[in-house]
Design a protein around this ligand. Sequence first.
Ligand SMILES: Cc1cc2nc3c(=O)[nH]c(=O)nc-3n(C[C@H](O)[C@H](O)[C@H](O)COP(=O)(O)O)c2cc1C
Length: 172
Amino acid sequence: MNGKLIPDEQIWELLYLADWAPTHKITEPWRFIVYPGDKAKAFALEHAELYKNSTSQDNFKQDKYEKILGNGKNVSHIVVTYLKRSLNVDIPEIEEIAAVSAAIENILLGAAALGIAGFWSTGGMTHKKEMKKFLKISDEDTVMGILYFGYADIIHEGKRIIPLSEKIVWNK
Ligand SMILES: Cc1cc2nc3c(=O)[nH]c(=O)nc-3n(C[C@H](O)[C@H](O)[C@H](O)COP(=O)(O)O)c2cc1C
């Protein structure tokens, strides 16, 4: 990413798209914590420090620390997306995971349409209990991803290895 900032209104537009993801029994389980500009850099530092403070000296890897910290470099906004589990509605968790994943994909497609570079990550401390504590979310909730947004000078060309035709059974 090149450090150019995305207008906040465009991040709002992406979250508006997310809010129209499919949702079984209308539980709307997607939740977002937005870190704009300097707050995004501060989040990356706090994330790296969380890793350092939760890892024994033997297991700590400086390059992993640098990678987490580096995710904040030149980023414009970070959107931590989590699943707010509905305890009072009888719906399997997989369906809530599906709904939040659809919300994230809406965001990523919207970002691509606006020329915004977006990246879905579950690296670092994403799935650790320390991250939930840091974010002040409940034990039954799930951090689904840390989404990084900015502008990129080089357009990322996606790569797929398995041919699409091998993923489809088309009955005739
Ligand atoms: C749930 C999920 C978590 C991911 N976490 C990471 C991650 O931590 N680090 C990473 O390099 N890519 C991660 N990815 C992959 C990237 O978001 C991206 O999909 C991949 O680099 C392929 O790029 P493309 O989808 O633009 O082709 C994750 C993808 C998903 C669906």
